[in-house]
Design a protein around this ligand. Structure first.
Ligand code: NDP
Length: 262
């Protein structure tokens, strides 16, 4: 039997086991996926090997640590410097980042030329590189300077909130901050957001299963909106395919994983 796991702290909230086990069951595979809270970054590799895992997902706050423990890094994870999916192949840990492509797949039907990302944390890195790789013009804004440095060093256009030009037209505004997750905060001042929304077509909040103040305001401005559920779903679909060597088509995996949301 192949074993898979998601590592994080906290991990109780994670629905990754539900998603993956739903696809494992649907495809009738001899495998199991569970969640494991770890206390320390040093436990990542140790636990992976102790449990004889075939693969793992990694969530907050260990994605950067996961990048460091891998023997080989594939694809966009090299730019983001964070890994959310690891597989064991020929005794080597191979690291991937499926958050980036998962996000892009979730906005597949959007027609966008330029975007503004609010927030400069881990998820913002994944979203920035995938949008840039797909030739979307991009500005990234954050309330404080420190986390913007990574983006400036990688030649992204970065702004503090007070530097935002509210007359600039962004097709898509993305909330990648945690504002609205456990509070009623907007990620930036309401008057700035209202002006940006009045020129925009789409708003995405990658927080899932919550009607955040950001999404509520976007809906009130008649924008096309999306929360983070599809990003979560598609990063899992892409990870599943990595776990099982691309043997199954994405549509089938998606169909089974979607059942876990019901
Ligand atoms: P990080 O902790 O790495 O970054 C958080 C960012 O949010 C920072 O830029 C921080 O700014 C900013 N921020 C936090 N609170 C506020 C606030 N009240 N107002 C303005 N800015 C704020 O988090 P992640 O990037 O890992 O995750 C961010 C969110 O994305 C979380 O809510 C998480 O649930 C969600 N997420 C969803 C995923 C999905 O699959 N749908 C995947 C990954 C994350 P500063 O630098 O100034 O502190």
């Amino acid at each position: 039997m192949k074993l898979f796991c998601v590592f994080g702290n906290p991990i109780k909230h994670s629905i990754s086991p539900k998603l993956h086990n739903s696809a494992i069951l649907g495809l009738n595979l001899n495998a199991m996926y569970f969640k494991k809270k770890i206390q320390d970054k040093d436990d990542l590799k140790k636990t992976f090997l102790e449990y004889c895992l075939s693969g793992a997902n990694i969530t907050v706050p260990f994605k950067e640590d996961a990048f460091k423990i891998c023997d080989e890094i594939k694809g966009i994870a090299n730019d983001i410097k964070a890994v959310n999916t690891i597989v064991l192949k020929d005794k080597k840990l191979i690291g991937y980042n499926t958050d980036a492509n998962g996000f892009f797949k979730s906005i597949n039907d959007f027609d966008i030329k330029n975007a503004l990302i609010l927030g400069a944390g881990g998820s913002s890195k994944a979203i920035s590189f995938i949008l840039k790789n797909n030739n979307i013009n991009l500005d990234i804004t954050n309330r404080s300077k420190e986390k913007l440095n990574f983006f400036t060093q990688h030649n992204f256009s970065t702004l503090l909130h007070e530097q935002i030009d509210t007359n600039k037209k962004y097709d898509l505004i993305i909330n990648s901050t945690s504002a609205g997750l456990n509070d009623e905060n907007l990620p930036i001042k309401k008057e700035i957001l209202e002006k940006l929304f009045s020129n925009a077509k789409y708003a995405v909040d990658i927080i899932y299963n919550i009607n955040t103040p950001f999404l509520n305001l976007a809906k009130a401005k008649n924008l096309i909106t999306k929360d983070g559920k599809d990003m979560l779903l598609y990063q899992a679909v892409l990870a599943f395919n990595i776990f099982f060597d691309n043997q199954y088509d994405e549509t089938t995996i998606t169909k089974f994983m979607k059942k876990a949301f019901i």
